[in-house]
Design a protein around this ligand. Sequence first.
Ligand SMILES: *[C@@H]1O[C@H](CO)[C@@H](O)[C@H](O)[C@H]1NC(C)=O
Ligand SMILES: *[C@@H]1O[C@H](CO)[C@@H](O)[C@H](O)[C@H]1NC(C)=O
Ligand SMILES: *[C@@H]1O[C@H](CO)[C@@H](O)[C@H](O)[C@H]1NC(C)=O
Ligand SMILES: *[C@@H]1O[C@H](CO)[C@@H](O)[C@H](O)[C@H]1NC(C)=O
Ligand SMILES: *[C@@H]1O[C@H](CO)[C@@H](O)[C@H](O)[C@H]1NC(C)=O
Length: 828
Amino acid sequence: MGSLLLGLFLLFILQTSEGQVEFVIPEPGTRVIIEKISTVVSNCTVCVGDSPTCGPKATLTDPQNTKLTFTCPKPQDIFSVEVNRDIDCSKSCAQDTIHPASSILPNFDRFFTWDLKVSPTKAFQLDFPAPGMKQIQSSEQCLDKHTYTIVTYSRAGTVNIGTFCQTGTVSRMQFLWKGRVSLAVPRGTVLNSPDFNYSETIVSSAGSVIADAVLARGMSDSDFFSPTNIPNDYIMKWNFVVPPMHNFTVNFVTYTEPKCQSKVVKVLYQQDNKSPIDKTLADNQLTNYQGNFSLSLTNCEVKKGETPSLFLHFRVSVFRSGTPYLCTVDLQNDKSLRVELEHKTLDSFCELSVDSVVQQAVTVLPGSKALLSFLDCRSDELRLTATKTIECQTLSSCSLAGIPLTVPALDACLPTPLQEVVWVLQMPQGVAIELKAPQGSLKQAGPGQDCFTSMSVLVSEADGSSVGCFSYLGSKGYMDKVQIASNVTVTAVAGATGLSQNGGPFLSVSFSPRISENYIYTMSLSPLAIPSVSLMTPNWPETMKSESTASWIINIPEEYSAELSFLNVSLPSCQERHMEVIVKEMGSEDEISFREDASVPQTFSLSGSFYLNMSNCESAGRFAILSQISLQKKSKKVLSIILGVIGVLLALLLIVLIVVCVIVRKKKRQLTNRSSINMPKGAAFLPGDASFPTARTNNESHVYDYIDDTMVYGHLLNEDGPGHFNGHQVDTYRMFPGSTEPTGVQSEPDRSQADEGDSYRAFLAPSETFLPPRPRSPLGPLNSVGFEDRRMVDNELYTFKNISDQKAINLFDDDRLPPPDVEYDDVF
Ligand SMILES: *[C@@H]1O[C@H](CO)[C@@H](O)[C@H](O)[C@H]1NC(C)=O
Ligand SMILES: *[C@@H]1O[C@H](CO)[C@@H](O)[C@H](O)[C@H]1NC(C)=O
Ligand SMILES: *[C@@H]1O[C@H](CO)[C@@H](O)[C@H](O)[C@H]1NC(C)=O
Ligand SMILES: *[C@@H]1O[C@H](CO)[C@@H](O)[C@H](O)[C@H]1NC(C)=O
Ligand SMILES: *[C@@H]1O[C@H](CO)[C@@H](O)[C@H](O)[C@H]1NC(C)=O
């Protein structure tokens, strides 16, 4: 509203020895009237501008900066200020607000008055801002010292509609023709008045004055007063909105009945779809009714000159209609169980109280007892949660046998089924928690899978990060156990039917000694139980915690190989040290690892059980890895046939070749005791033992361009293996182009040493995928040149066997062929 800004009155105070000067700018369309307070006797006067005429009253209408001079030193004790505005809806009634100018002469008593007028055939409506206005007796005071009064002018005279304070039940008033709204604010009070909307409306036949009141929820008493000086036949009507699930009762606190010339004073109650109820002032009024209602008070034709006139003070009491339902929750015998009840929605009519005190949420503490009462509570309006604490004080005192996590029994009188159970598992430092399936094996929900199904639980740590969502399979063949080195909570959430005590345990918990990682997931996979398994870093899809470590111990059946794929990898940037992922086959020295500064390999093939270990650095950013393990049957039998056939062919061929070579070499040796052997690259690798493409100990990937005799026959001198040759390594290694080796590969120091001067050929990952298990050959783990030695020198049959192995792989890289009937061992 533009006038709001213009309504700022500039104020200047000049104190002179005998008087005081103030400056005022009236808001356009308002009159500022400075007038002596009627009860004060004083000869002090007010002078406007430089005019010499001073008097007991000054009226300013010009919206200009105007000087006021008071002839006494403290004029606020003698004068008050009225700011008056006319609102004439008979001329124009644009929907607008009533708003007092806030800064006029704040050290004076102020009265803001609005003179309201509509055409005689119309009514005037005032909408009070939420939360409405409260009616008080005219003798009462408002707490915030802002007192509103409404009067209307009838042909019979002024009718005092009532006195109001801010914040109450009355939301709207409507009256005929002409009226005045005024707001009184004493000196020194900062003006704080909400805007009222006013509008012109049609005349209702129901009443000369209509008030709408919205009664609040809960128990309340609201007082209302009839106007004073009510004219003859005048109808005063109150419309009440009563909240659902409440009863109301009307009491007439005091009333005065006029002497009637004709007719009688009538009280009429009306409710929607019900017949009206007529009463007199002396009757008992409505008790324990429900629903919205209206109360009309109609004056009679009063005998002229008789007092008293009609007056009514009545009270509407609202209270809950229902009777509460009681339930005692007794946890005196369970010092580890806590029960909580809370509202699911804010607008519910359900009323929850403990020991007769209404509360939004109730907690019954372990070992205590509470009398709960429920009023109009539907089962679906409340949420019931139980928290059970399982604490291990010291490892020696804790039950190491599994503690089943079952739904605790609660008093059957609770009006809603248990929706959530939280088990808080606590132990001292140096103790770990071990979670197992009560039977069968644990199953972890993969990405995108619903965490809370009927038998699954969320395991999370005290800081809210999750370890995973687990349910269980009836059979073995998935996760055996999860070990966690920190306190955890296990949460089960009810499906549609609520958590039932008969549902059986969710998990079995035990405490174990310290573990080497923060999290260890142990799995014994069975392709029958589950063909492929997703592994997620703890807290997936959020980041695994800084400086935490996780390990998966993956056991796979002997006749299976595994493929480990990294499906979704997000690596952090490390502030200190490095994060690392290590894959290591059990019983093997070889491992592959990568760090945050490396590119991540896609897939690994593993011929047996393995570890997948991950450690996070002190990281900034997200460390989250989703990987997958799928199992494949090793096709021993297929390979056996093929290997057998090809082996025999090659054996024949090689016998011929070797016989030739030996003859040639013997001749050459007579000339020199050094020799060089050219071997076709790529032929010198051994299947079976090849586990990880990038491990440097995989000497089958070494390709020798030139081999010293000492190396060729080295094993004959010393069986100790590669270390023997460290002093004068002459191997030439070449990096395979497009190698899967990440740049961040961590090598053991002795390995890097061995690498010096070597060009090193990484294994071709895909072919490795299909490597058959290593035949039971007498060859040891192929360390360094020992392999080549044996090949060239040892028993020829083994040599052939190895070559045929390798050829077979190159030819048949699909091992999912139908199984032949011949056993591997039968062939060899
Ligand atoms: C007002 O009256 C007092 C005595 O009551 C007198 O002393 C003073 O001069 C008068 N002031 C004016 C402005 O008339
Ligand atoms: C509310 O009113 C109904 C009848 O309208 C009555 O049955 C019920 O007892 C009342 N409730 C209370 C709390 O008095
Ligand atoms: C588990 O919580 C307790 C109490 O808060 C604490 O004393 C203890 O150190 C925590 N245990 C671990 C392993 O963090
Ligand atoms: C990886 O997982 C995150 C979190 O679930 C997801 O937002 C993102 O799309 C995934 N990325 C790929 C490539 O699947
Ligand atoms: C991987 O974790 C397991 C279990 O904690 C541990 O036994 C193994 O030594 C770790 N391996 C590596 C290479 O860190």
